[in-house]
Write a protein that binds this ligand. Structure first.
Ligand code: FE
Length: 231
């Protein structure tokens, strides 16, 4: 499988480009509108056809490239069921497969950061990868204080779904602010401070006491992203 991790400096967002080596069909996860020219160039350089553009959730910190990738490259846009972005053409449900060439991304409903948060799991070349959006971050987890966030639901997503994946699964989040690019499920179980709680009530209390300022671009990004970045 072809794989590249890309980074947007302004929003600290990781974007993932995956492709089947034979068919050259590609998928992009969490693309940023400001990086559109990079994506177009890479599709040419790597000789890929973009089949799907996926957002793990409606982002509050950057404007998505989903609409631009649909219009410029013909990608089918994907959100998880529950998303209010009516511009999206395919809404996947828990357990559903997204197929490109011989590769299959499995959608995992992981609400909590937002009510539309999904993660995507893939097995390829003897490796296991999970794209966790803002649900599971490296040594952290996404805030749950806006966009219908729910710390109790996030606890269930983290402990019931993501930590249930095989220990060697490589964790690729939507952001990192501390200089790390990837992690492992086993590593997060031990070293992630948000996961060292006794039970769901303790997690809800922890998340309720974070008192973070709102994201800088939230008032612009959320309405724009409900229009796939074309609003
Ligand atoms: Fe987010």
């Amino acid at each position: 499988m072809f794989f590249r991790q890309l980074f947007d400096h302004d929003s600290w967002t990781f974007t993932y480009l995956l492709a089947d080596e034979q068919s050259r069909e590609a998928v992009i996860i969490d693309p940023v509108l400001d990086q559109m020219s990079l994506y177009q160039r890479l599709m040419d350089e790597y000789d890929l056809t973009l089949k799907y553009a996926i957002d793990t959730h409606v982002h509050a910190d950057h404007v998505t490239a989903l609409g631009a990738l649909r219009d410029e490259l013909g990608a089918v846009t994907i959100h998880g069921e529950g998303s209010k972005a009516a511009c999206v053409s395919r809404f996947v449900t828990d357990g559903e497969a997204i197929t490109f060439g011989s590769c299959h991304l499995k959608a995992l409903a992981t609400p909590g950061h937002t009510d539309d948060s999904y993660s995507y799991y893939l097995e390829a070349d003897g490796k296991r990868l999970v794209f966790t959006g803002d649900t599971l971050l490296i040594r952290g987890s996404g805030r749950t204080d806006f966009q219908n966030g729910d710390a109790g639901a996030q606890y269930d997503s983290l402990f019931g779904k993501l930590l249930a994946l095989p220990d060697d699964t490589i964790v690729y989040p939507a952001h990192d602010y501390k200089g790390m690019n990837e992690s492992r499920i086993a590593e997060e179980r031990v070293h992630n401070p948000r996961l060292q709680v006794a039970d769901k009530a303790a997690y809800v209390e922890l998340m309720g006491n974070l008192k973070m300022p709102p994201p800088k671009f939230m008032d612009v990004a959320v309405p724009a992203n409900l229009e796939c970045g074309r609003g």
